[in-house]
Design a protein around this ligand. Structure first.
Ligand SMILES: [Zn+2]
Length: 82
């Protein structure tokens, strides 16, 4: 049996900096959750689409804050040959 669960996928562009070259960099972060019978909230109920959207968005905002604070290592610094 094939289950085709609805997926909530969001992407966020984070403007941050590279900790190596200190240049401004943009990184796109993504997060998703699927609507399915096993994806339950704290009360034990199946999460609604709205709940999932809020959670995914909050997750990304939290990740964005962390990345702005900590910076990233850009692709050029990660692989100097490129
Ligand atoms: Zn860099």
């Amino acid at each position: 049996m094939i289950h085709n669960f609805q997926e909530v996928k969001l992407a966020l562009e984070v403007k941050t900096f590279c900790t190596v070259c200190l240049k401004k960099r943009v990184r796109t972060i993504k997060d998703f959750q699927t609507l399915n019978p096993y994806n339950k909230n704290k009360d034990g109920n199946i999460k609604t689409i709205n709940e999932i959207q809020t959670e995914v968005a909050n997750n990304l905002i939290q990740k964005e804050k962390d990345l702005i604070k900590s910076g990233i290592i850009c692709r050029k610094c990660e692989d100097p040959k490129v």
